[in-house]
Ligand binder design. Structure first.
Ligand code: GDP
Length: 200
């Protein structure tokens, strides 16, 4: 059981020169707008308002940095796929996310958040392609699982894993910010991954 002793907001950034120093291993959280990313991050650290849940989907257009237990960095990447924005704003989001994934030296792992009730969108599949292209380890987390029965959730997990492809088949997690289901599983994956990095 992961004990959270501190969770702090560090800063928001748009481009690389504004990122804080790369001194701790970093876990990035990413998913389409309104998927439940802020709720997941808050549930993970047990804070109500660490990451701001979005009133207006698509409003968070910054890369937000946090530290947890003074030893892990968390990054909240802009939610993509919000329909009601212009093409140029969409391109800015894409650039922001790809720059981060390509350039961030201390990026240890991506938590790739999907709504358990929806098939991966084209934007989700592009993200998966980037993660594979840049060889960034990721875990797919299927959130809002409380909205389905256990059996339905297991069925959806199989379908989504298949649609995401081979690299996602090992450690997809069923999650709910509402019931906290999957919280310990996700921490275990994060901690195991971080300790495997240290032993290299
Ligand atoms: P973000 O835009 O990805 O950061 O999404 P938010 O965390 O703001 O969540 C979007 C909406 O989904 C809000 O109304 C949340 O209350 C709701 N939500 C998020 N996670 C869950 C979940 O696990 N279960 C349920 N039932 N609702 C959720």
């Amino acid at each position: 059981m992961m004990k959270i002793t501190s969770a702090e907001f560090i800063k928001s950034a748009v481009w690389l020169p504004q990122y804080p120093p790369a001194i701790m291993p970093e876990i990035a959280f990413i998913g389409r707008s309104n998927v439940g990313k802020s709720s997941l991050m808050n549930a993970l650290v047990g804070r109500k308002q660490l990451a701001k849940t979005s009133q207006t989907p698509g409003r968070t257009q910054l890369v937000n940095f946090f530290t947890v237990n003074d030893s892990i960095s968390f990054v909240d990447l802009p939610g993509y796929g919000f329909a009601k924005v212009s093409r140029s704003v969409k391109k800015d989001w894409g650039d922001m996310i790809e720059t981060y994934l390509r350039e961030r030296k201390n990026l240890a792992m991506v938590v790739f958040i999907l709504d358990i009730r929806r098939d991966p969108s084209n934007d989700d599949l592009s993200l998966r392609d980037w993660l594979e292209y840049y060889r960034i380890p990721f875990t797919a987390v299927l959130t809002k699982s409380d909205k389905l029965s256990n059996n339905q959730a297991i069925g959806r997990k199989k379908i989504i894993e298949k649609l995401l492809g081979a690299n996602a088949q090992k450690k997809t997690i069923l999650f709910s910010a509402k019931t906290k289901k999957g919280r310990e599983d996700l921490w275990e994956i994060i901690e195991n991954h971080l300790s495997s990095l240290q032993s290299h």
